[in-house]
Design a protein around this ligand. Structure first.
Ligand code: FES
Length: 144
């Protein structure tokens, strides 16, 4: 008789590992044509390029997520406008160009604007970041 053999404990472990692999598939994974955009990713317009010069910031709402887009010395970055410590808004926080970081105005956690990772307590969980592009004279962002 065919099939998978093993003790009940081994089979349970196999099922758990298989399920974990299935759950770890990225929602942006493209199946089939690797050139085709993911069905889970959407490109949205942020604003015209001249509306977001270096040193400026803009908040964009997509579905129920507020996203802060900043221009740091010509580099466009987008981060979820929500502190992972206690849901404070990051949009009014001080930006440190030299560290490419933003400080949560509520309790002072610093977040890396490129990765969304917290650099200081009290936050210890990362927040989402989003790819930003310039398409002609328009700034766009990929959201998923
Ligand atoms: S809400 Fe941001 S550090 Fe507490």
């Amino acid at each position: 008789m065919g099939g998978v053999k093993g003790s009940p404990a081994e089979l349970a472990g196999l099922r758990i590992r298989t399920l974990a692999r299935l759950l770890l598939v990225s929602p942006t994974t493209t199946v089939g044509n690797p050139q085709a955009p993911s069905l889970m990713t959407e490109t949205i317009t942020v604003c015209a390029v001249d509306e977001l010069p270096p040193g400026e910031r803009k908040t964009v709402v997509w579905e129920d997520i507020e996203i802060l887009v900043v221009n740091i010395d010509g580099e466009l970055l987008a981060i979820e406008d929500r502190c992972s410590h206690d849901d404070g808004d990051l949009a009014d926080g001080e930006i440190y160009n030299d560290r490419c970081a933003i400080e949560c105005p509520r309790h002072g956690a610093l977040f890396d604007l490129r990765s969304g990772k917290p650099l200081t307590l009290p936050a210890y969980k990362p927040v989402d970041t989003f790819p930003v592009k310039v398409d002609g004279d328009t700034i766009t962002m990929e959201v998923s």
